[in-house]
Design a binder for this molecule. Structure first.
Ligand SMILES: CC(=O)SCCNC(=O)CCNC(=O)[C@H](O)C(C)(C)COP(=O)(O)OP(=O)(O)OC[C@H]1O[C@@H](n2cnc3c(N)ncnc32)[C@H](O)[C@@H]1OP(=O)(O)O
Ligand SMILES: CC(=O)C(=O)O
Length: 542
């Protein structure tokens, strides 16, 4: 088989996604990650059209040194009626110093006549002239045949003439684009097969996801003989996005046996996809194939019982192959096998402890019926599990009482409009702490930490980073049960955990989730219980 090109267009077509705005620095950070993944080409943008992209190529030439990838600059063929060497856009492509230039060209005759407003022959001349000029200037050229599939279905002969013109002028690859993203895999397979039969050269596929088939269409093109695939990390891109390049390469490599990434990069796919999400500031999609947090997360108890025997029974591939992990989710759908596997994930060997597994399963189901949700709150589940294992709930302090009030002056919003007082027993002492906050939960959180910190200064590095509230039974209006999920981060360890609280109102539910978040944080940081006397006695909770 031919060698295989993986061509990433995250920095160009991915950046066309609504809400994405990449700075030059963002691009300079993303490009090395793509290189590390092992793609063959990184399309950096459109120099000459977008000032930031012009700047990116200038800095990339000085600052980036790829191990695996070639940098490609994207732009259009010369304008209709213009002379190639005088076309400012074409000049900007050369000035980018990119070794590879990808030209977008029209191949749908309707676009030639209605959008370009030129003749079919002039469009073919634009392709020929621009490709041969850039080749003459020593650049490698790829041609993106825009609207190729729609154009082929309307006028196959003309679409093919555009492909042949590019090859004859020296393009090394013609990439067939499903620009409007409406194709289906069978249509793509058939058309790519026909192009392969008529044109001599490397054929590529550039798929958009408007029909939800971008990855499938890319694979169909490969099955029909394409040896160059384009796509974007995390499926970024205009409208519904481009083909998710991670899923395309994982399928090619793991399912079809094509070795398409250099340097074993597939094992870093999850890490790199998430690192790029951090830079784009677009939250990762949990259900994204292969790399999503839920991609190998199992909730149903029956699945867990088979997974206990062999994970392959409920997984299409080994998560480690793409750098992801299997996870068990604990909920009212859990069975004893789910608890055993979750225990293993958390570092507890529960095998053979049938009574304990039954007790934990029953407690989880009862608690979930009251509104708790452990699949979103691993830390609260671990506290429950430890309580069943040790016969006592882990704790570092005891609460005597707490109160909070809110003061509002109409028309005068205030930063600190709430005040909380907590009475706790910590480290053998009775602590009374009062704190103000922006809202009652913030005030309670501050007072709790103030009471605990003298004995456990580690709490100062725990930060509450997310807080979600849900009213569970709307039919009961203000009497409904409230569920609160709190996400906390240990800023030193850069680890996060979730705890859950349920109560008749938001403040009681929050208190439970906040206390659990501190207790879990101290446990995971390996902090000793400083309330204990040397002989292991604590009087805090008497
Ligand atoms: C399918 C894709 O996603 S391709 C990538 C699309 N990406 C972008 O459009 C992002 C960057 N684009 C831009 O910055 C601007 O749109 C530019 C600089 C390219 C063009 O902007 P302007 O110079 O203001 O042109 P305007 O919007 O008026 O019209 C586009 C021109 O390009 C011409 N054109 C369009 N496609 C092509 C093509 N494939 N080859 C040559 N010329 C083309 C049009 O005929 C029109 O020409 P005219 O100026 O002679 O009328
Ligand atoms: C070139 C390109 O991005 C497209 O046709 O979709």
């Amino acid at each position: 088989m031919d060698t295989f090109d993986v061509y990433d267009t995250t920095l160009r077509d991915g950046a066309q996604q609504e809400g994405m705005n990449l700075s030059v620095q963002d691009k300079l950070l993303i490009a090395p990650l793509l290189d590390e993944l092992g793609v063959g080409y990184i399309e950096g943008g459109w120099p000459g059209a977008i000032p930031k992209d012009t700047e990116f190529f200038k800095r990339a030439a000085k600052e980036l040194d790829f191990r695996n990838a070639e940098l490609a600059a994207f732009g259009s063929t010369r304008k209709a009626g213009a002379r190639t060497h005088e076309d400012a856009q074409v000049r900007a492509l050369l000035d980018s110093e990119a070794p590879v230039i990808t030209l977008v060209a029209k191949s749908d005759i309707r676009h030639v006549e209605r959008a370009l407003k030129t003749t079919p022959e002039e469009n073919l001349a634009m392709i020929r002239d621009t490709v041969s000029y850039l080749r003459g200037e020593g650049r490698r050229v790829i041609l993106d045949a825009e609207h190729f599939f729609d154009g082929f279905r309307y006028d196959a002969d003309y679409a093919l003439r555009a492909v042949v013109a590019a090859f004859e002028a020296g393009a090394e690859t013609v990439c067939l684009c499903d620009t409007n993203g409406g194709m289906l895999p069978d249509w793509v397979g058939e058309i790519v097969g026909r192009v392969r039969a008529e044109a001599d050269g490397r054929i590529g596929m550039h798929a958009h996801n408007d029909s939800g088939c971008a990855v499938a269409n890319s694979l169909a093109a490969v099955a029909a003989g394409a040896t160059h695939v384009q796509g974007c990390v995390n499926g970024y891109g205009e409208r519904t996005g481009n083909a998710d390049l991670g899923a395309v390469v994982a399928n090619l490599q793991l399912k079809l046996g094509h070795d398409v990434l250099a340097g074993g990069g597939l094992r870093d796919l999850t890490r790199i996809s998430h690192a790029i999400s951090e830079i784009t500031n677009i939250a990762p999609f949990a259900r994204q194939p292969y790399v999503g947090a839920s991609a190998f997360a199992h909730k149903a108890g029956l699945h867990a019982s088979a997974i206990k025997v062999d994970p392959d029974m409920y997984q299409h591939t080994d998560p480690l192959a793409v750098g992801n992990d299997m996870r068990m989710l604990i909920s009212d759908m859990a069975g004893r096998a789910s608890i055993e596997l979750k225990g293993r994930e958390l570092g507890f060997d529960l095998a053979g402890q049938g009574d304990l597994l039954t007790r934990v399963t029953t407690r989880v189901k009862d608690a979930e019926a009251q509104g708790y949700t452990y699949d979103a709150a691993d830390a609260s589940f671990e506290l429950l599990l430890r309580e069943e294992l040790d016969g006592v709930r882990p704790t570092f302090f005891c609460t005597e009482s707490w109160r909070v009030f809110v003061e509002t002056t109409p028309g005068k919003p205030s930063e600190a409009n709430a005040e909380a007082t907590v009475k706790m027993h910590v480290g053998g002492a009775r602590m009374l702490a009062t704190a103000e906050g922006n809202g009652p939960v913030n005030a309670l959180d501050a007072a709790l930490r103030k009471a605990v910190a003298p004995t456990y200064p580690e709490v100062d590095r725990f930060e509450l980073i997310d807080f979600k509230v849900r009213i569970l039974d709307t039919e009961q209006g203000t009497d409904a049960v409230t569920r609160v999920l709190v996400e906390t981060m240990d800023t030193r360890a850069e680890a996060t955990w979730m705890t859950v609280g349920v109560g008749p109102n938001i403040i009681e539910a929050s208190w439970e989730a906040l206390v659990d978040s501190i207790v879990y944080g101290l446990l995971r940081a390996g902090v000793p219980n400083r309330s204990e006397t040397p002989d292991g006695v604590t009087t805090d909770c008497d």
